[in-house]
Write a protein that binds this ligand. Structure first.
Ligand code: ADP
Length: 491
């Protein structure tokens, strides 16, 4: 089963191509006529989706607002049970969903299967939290008085998601919102409409009441902007670029609504002389997921004693990450998601080389019209302020710079406008402990790739990477979707 999405095919369109549709008030709607091509095989259609506008946003928010009181009134375990049922359906559909994800996003089948499994586990985790305590009992200084705390839902949430984890990110925003008693309108990335629709489909088929989850496809500057401005939307969770996130922060902030932003990164790893296996750690963080992860490694600082050996081993690793069609089981690295992203990767490498960088691996002179395949790229001999070292590129490109010692390396790691993930490779407990304390990043990885997190841990960064008020994932995620109440009872 490759296509579990709803009909209807649009007359005149190739009806073997899966279609995504809006989900508004429990109904699948919209003329799915916007094509999406497979980035690894541009002559193959991956999906059709509808381009929604302000009318669809209005209808979806109205449906979400109407459905919210009854949804919140359901016992939390009953809300959780629907998430658990959706998890079971998504698991049954895993191979078809993963195949669609590969075709529309370009990552490898193994990565896509892992991502679908992650969405299943996220639904299970938050579904089970339907049974968990949501408040505390506190002692009062007053006689005959009991105090409890409660968490209450806010109402309607807008969720705006990117293409790089097209089902996991919608899942890790939707599930905590729902189990807390909120309803949502999800705006998936235009490039990957199918994956988020599969999530909504599983929830819908699991018996979610109409209006609790709504999906509106379409351009971010139309659909996303209308959601951000709608006064019925109590809060917005966004993952994407720092530029768009900053605009959304202003819009939501101006009307006092809650906002959670996960944005860019320029994640560094510090490799010290006593490191073992650092090249594998860096390669996995830099080239896994085609480097298209906000936690991907893109800067490496190396101390002089290990520098030459590390670069040599990293180049050997890079040679293993041969890009190809993710649908082929043996492909080690998938395609770049879009032509603009491909061109951005190519321009970043070319201009770094023009400024004097050495290209140690990753000559790119292929023809992207045959498939957006970009090589694992290693650059050395760059100054610390080179744009390839300071600016997010979002491709399988890593810059390696030498630093005199640990202190200089730590300072270089922290010398960034971003602060999402940071890593250190060392055998020294003293150094790694100090690094964990002093790295300006929301996630610190010691001898592990910067990319990749368990689903039960808080996720987010500092500086221009995130709003650091609310973290995503794990139990902490529930804080964003709820507000706290303190209740006194005379007994
Ligand atoms: P990326 O570079 O990863 O595509 P974007 O920030 O452009 O990151 O997109 C992330 C999400 O934000 C997508 O769903 C996109 O449609 C949406 N988006 C883009 N522009 C806007 C905007 N002006 N307002 C709201 N959402 C937007």
């Amino acid at each position: 089963m490759t296509t579990t999405l709803p009909e209807p095919a649009v007359p005149g369109l190739d009806d073997s191509t899966p279609t995504a549709q809006h989900l508004i008030d429990g109904e699948w709607r919209g003329k799915a006529d916007t094509p999406r091509r497979n980035p690894a095989r541009p002559d193959e259609l991956a999906a059709y989706s509808p381009a929604g506008g302000t009318a669809e946003v209005d209808a979806a928010v109205a449906a979400a607002a109407a459905a919210q009181p009854a949804w919140a009134a359901l016992p939390a375990p009953a809300r959780g049970a629907i998430l658990l049922a959706a998890a079971a359906l998504l698991q049954e559909r895993e191979s078809g969903v993963a195949a669609d994800l590969v075709r529309e996003e370009g990552k490898t089948l193994a990565e896509a299967r892992g991502e679908v499994k992650r969405a299943v586990d996220v639904l299970r985790f938050f579904g089970s939290l339907g049974w968990a305590a949501t408040g505390e009992v506190l002692p009062s200084g007053l006689p005959g008085t009991g105090i409890t705390t409660r968490r209450e839902p806010l109402g309607v949430f807008a969720l705006i998601t990117p293409w790089n984890f097209p089902i996991a990110i919608p899942a890790w925003k939707t599930a905590p919102a729902l189990v807390s008693g909120n309803t949502v309108v999800l705006k998936p990335a235009e490039l990957t409409p199918l994956s988020a629709t599969h999530l909504a489909r599983a929830l819908h088929d699991a018996g979610l009441p109409a209006g609790v989850v709504n999906v509106v496809h379409g351009p971010g500057r139309v659909v996303g902007d209308a959601l951000a401005r709608d006064p019925r939307v109590a809060g917005l969770s966004f993952t994407g670029s720092t530029a768009v996130g900053s605009e959304l922060r202003d819009i939501l902030g101006a009307r006092g609504a809650r906002v959670q932003l996960e944005m860019g990164g320029k994640n560094a790893v510090l490799v010290l002389d006593d490191a073992r296996g650092a090249a594998q750690v860096v390669a996995a963080g830099a080239f896994g997921l085609t480097g298209q992860a906000c936690t991907a490694t893109s800067r490496v600082y190396v101390t002089p004693g290990i520098r030459d050996r590390f670069v040599e081993e990293l180049v050997e690793q890079a040679a293993l990450y041969v890009p190809g069609d993710g649908a082929v089981e043996t492909t080690r690295m998938g395609a770049v998601v879009s032509r603009p992203q491909f061109d951005q990767n190519r321009a970043a490498v070319r201009s770094a080389v023009e400024r004097g960088a050495t290209l140690r691996h990753g000559q790119n002179d292929g023809d992207p019209s045959a498939g957006l395949l970009f090589p694992a790229t290693v650059l050395t001999d760059l100054p610390h302020d080179d744009p390839a070292v300071t600016d997010e590129i979002f491709g399988p490109i890593v810059a390696v710079l030498e630093v005199a010692d640990y202190e200089a390396g730590l300072a270089a790691v922290n010398d960034s406008r971003y602060g999402l993930a940071a890593g250190i490779c060392t055998d020294s407990l003293t150094r790694s402990t100090d690094f964990a304390a002093r790295a300006q990043a929301g996630i610190v990885k010691i001898n592990r790739p910067t990319a990749g997190l368990d689903l039960n841990v808080p996720f987010g960064g500092v500086k221009d990477s995130s709003t650091n008020t609310f973290r995503e994932q794990g139990r902490t995620a529930l804080d964003f979707y709820t507000w706290g109440k303190t209740v006194y009872t005379g007994i």
